[in-house]
Design a protein around this ligand. Structure first.
Ligand code: HPA
Ligand code: ZN
Length: 351
């Protein structure tokens, strides 16, 4: 007689791994705050600000989120950001993200923002920076999340425009800890921004750059050699160059990997083909992040779970390693990193 009530053996393990992934403390280091704008909030802000939208409903907007590559996403992402006009809009957007991050046990977040997407529409840069900075302070007070801002330059625009943006932002220098480089990667190599990154470094700002998402491994080398970055955003195409993988491992250069983004934007055909296990296997300081969670199907825990479900090489040890890497790769003070790592150890010791 078969015991039909006996649970399938794989299920309890899977449920336990999911629970661990969800509740382990973690840092999120690659989140474009404009990419956290959910369709419902886009419609609410459009109504509040009297902005006309090209889509008749939340459902119609969501249905448009079928991307074929990075550019097809960016076109919709910049259109969505058009509803952001006032300081309160930037605050509301970031506050909604921090509520989700707190539920995912994010204890530290470094948020990218794209001032040029807003200043080009006539929005004052102080509305952008002060709204986001207020949400960061609130995140600490309400959720105990330490939050920092990283100002990104749009790489499809000129280096002169990046310089102008940096100068415009300097009166609010205390509110951001670094600069980054995002938007259309192909045809816009890191070298294009050599001088503005040098200026940012001289100002004591941290430096990061998207490289090796759609662009070749040479763009990762350019970001290291010319921009002097401390982290590579995405960086997954390093896997095509064994010498570069070795170099990144030796440097313990962090990669902020975004699994759901990579599948949605067709960097990988399927999650099962993602390079995350190979990156960890090679000893790289890889981390898991959401990139643009409102557009790519989920927040940071959804990214962990989607990757771990599709990739059997990922288990408990890799979960620990990824969370630990997220603290190591952050720009937080050493004492905070040590405290979060101790919290992580305690969660794993009791699980
Ligand atoms: N890549 C480049 N630029 C971006 C992205 C991305 O995934 N998301 C928002 N801006
Ligand atoms: Zn990104």
């Amino acid at each position: 007689m078969t015991d039909s009530l006996a649970p399938a053996p794989a299920q309890p393990d899977r449920a336990a791994l999911h629970a661990l992934l969800r509740r382990m403390p973690k840092a999120e280091l690659h989140i474009h705050i404009e990419g956290s704008l959910e369709p419902e909030l886009i419609f609410r802000l459009a109504a509040r600000n009297g902005v006309a939208l090209a889509y008749p409903s939340v459902a119609a907007l969501r249905a448009a989120y079928a991307f074929t590559d990075l550019q097809s996403f960016l076109d919709i992402y910049y259109a969505g950001a058009g509803v952001l006009l006032k300081e309160a809009d930037f605050f509301d957007m970031a506050h909604a993200y921090f509520e989700r991050a707190a539920a995912d046990h994010v204890v530290h977040a470094e948020l990218f923002f794209d001032p040029q997407t807003h200043t080009e529409r006539g929005v004052p840069i102080e509305a952008v920076i002060l709204g986001l900075a207020r949400a960061c302070r609130r995140a600490q007070a309400e959720f105990g999340i330490s939050a920092r801002l990283i100002l990104c330059f749009l790489r499809h625009l000129s280096e002169e425009a990046a310089f102008a943006t940096l100068e415009q932002a300097l009166p609010w220098r205390e509110h951001f800890v670094g600069v980054g480089l995002d938007s259309s990667e192909r045809g816009h190599p890191p070298e294009k921004f050599a001088r503005v990154f040098a200026r940012a470094g001289a100002l004591g700002l941290h430096r990061v750059a998207h490289a090796g998402e759609e662009g070749p491994p040479a763009y990762i080398e350019g970001a290291l050699d010319v921009l002097q970055v401390e982290r590579i955003d995405h960086g997954v195409r390093c896997i095509e160059s064994p010498a570069l993988v070795q170099r990144l491992a030796a440097l313990r250069m962090p990669l902020t990997v975004c699994p759901l983004s990579n599948v949605k934007l067709r960097v990988y055909d399927t999650m099962a083909g993602h390079s995350l296990p190979a990156l960890l296997q090679a000893g790289l300081c890889a981390t898991v992040n959401s990139d643009d969670p409102a557009y790519f199907g989920g927040y940071v825990n959804d990214n962990y779970i989607a990757a771990f479900d599709a990739l059997p090489q990922l288990g408990r040890d890799e979960a620990y390693r990824l969370a630990r890497n997220s603290f190591e790769a952050s720009f937080a003070p050493a004492a905070d990193k040590a405290r979060w790592t101790a919290q992580l150890d305690a969660v794993f010791a009791s699980a």
